[in-house]
Design a protein around this ligand. Structure first.
Ligand code: NAD
Length: 265
């Protein structure tokens, strides 16, 4: 029997995080869940204090060695939400955990990490690039100001674009690939979860959720996305490095067929 692996899952209380936790546990792996509620480690990843508390707790509970990390914790871009909160939870809450747990991953067995983006990065027009740039510059205060000016609906794909670029910048470096840690990105499309339902109930943008084209003709289940993340964190995905994989029922392909791959200039 193979050795039990330790996998850290943020957003483990609901939706795709909960489905991922259930999959790994059904496979006999150890999962340490992090969430703002109902988790092994209860913290607010939208704050620096909460992020550090999560990193410290993981170090204590894992003896500083983990084999996998996936950061599902995130907020939808609803019209009543503050853009600044999305910046702090979605972008800085994810990046701080990947950076903080990188040394624990380096001590792990065939370690891998997955960042959660979204197909809103390429399928929602009007991404505020100042939010993206300030996120990537590590300027949380500046990104929060720009996000409040842009609003949460537009900020959502900005946080997810910044996450994908952060991962692609870092995945091939000595700290990640060079340390044997495979870092990749999953960009889901419409997945039936409480987050999608909350978006559907938004008084302004709600009607767009089910109008969005999905060529396979349905939404994904949370477990379908969990299955792919389990593969990326597993032993058969060791040549995935810096990939951004759209798991979206064909929406991105339908809207932007020839935009990717782009030949080198
Ligand atoms: P969900 O709302 O069911 O789960 C999100 C989890 O994150 C919840 O358990 C919530 O408590 C936790 N969380 C929120 N704020 C937090 C904070 N400050 N600190 C700690 N935990 C916090 O949502 P889901 O649909 O499973 O989404 C998971 C991820 O997938 C999100 O990052 C979302 O942006 C992304 N995503 C979802 C869809 C979709 O259609 N559902 C599509 C693309 C991307």
């Amino acid at each position: 029997m193979s050795k039990m692996r330790t996998v850290v899952v943020t957003g483990s209380a609901s939706g795709m995080g909960a489905a991922t936790k259930a999959r790994f546990e059904a496979d006999g792996q150890r999962v340490i869940g992090i969430d703002i509620r109902d988790a092994d480690i209860v913290v607010d990843l939208g704050t620096a204090v909460g992020r550090q508390a999560a990193i410290d707790a993981i170090e204590a509970q894992s003896d500083g060695a983990i084999d996998g990390l996936v950061t599902w914790a995130g907020l939808a871009g609803l019209t009543r939400s503050a853009g600044s909160r999305l910046v702090s939870v979605n972008y800085f809450g994810s990046v701080a955990l990947h950076e903080g747990m990188r040394p624990f991953l380096a001590n792990g067995d065939r370690p891998a990490a997955v960042v959660i983006s979204s197909n809103s990065t390429t399928c929602q027009p009007g991404v505020p690039m100042d939010v993206v740039e300030r996120c990537l510059a590590g300027d949380e205060a500046g990104a929060r100001d720009a996000a409040d000016a842009a609003g949460a609906v537009a900020t959502y794909p900005a946080t997810k674009t910044a996450l994908a670029w952060w991962a692609r910048r870092n995945a091939p470096t000595a700290d990640w690939a060079g340390a044997g840690i495979m870092l990749n990105v999953v960009a889901p499309g419409a997945v039936e979860t409480p987050l999608l339902q909350a978006s559907r109930e938004d008084p302004v943008i709600g009607h767009l959720i089910d109008a969005f084209p999905v060529p396979v003709g349905r939404k994904a289940s949370a477990d379908e996305l969990a299955a792919f993340v389990q593969f990326l964190l597993g032993p058969d995905a060791r040549f995935f490095c810096g990939s951004v994989v759209f798991v979206d029922g064909g929406t991105d392909a339908q809207l932007r067929a020839d935009d990717f791959p782009q030949p080198m200039a």
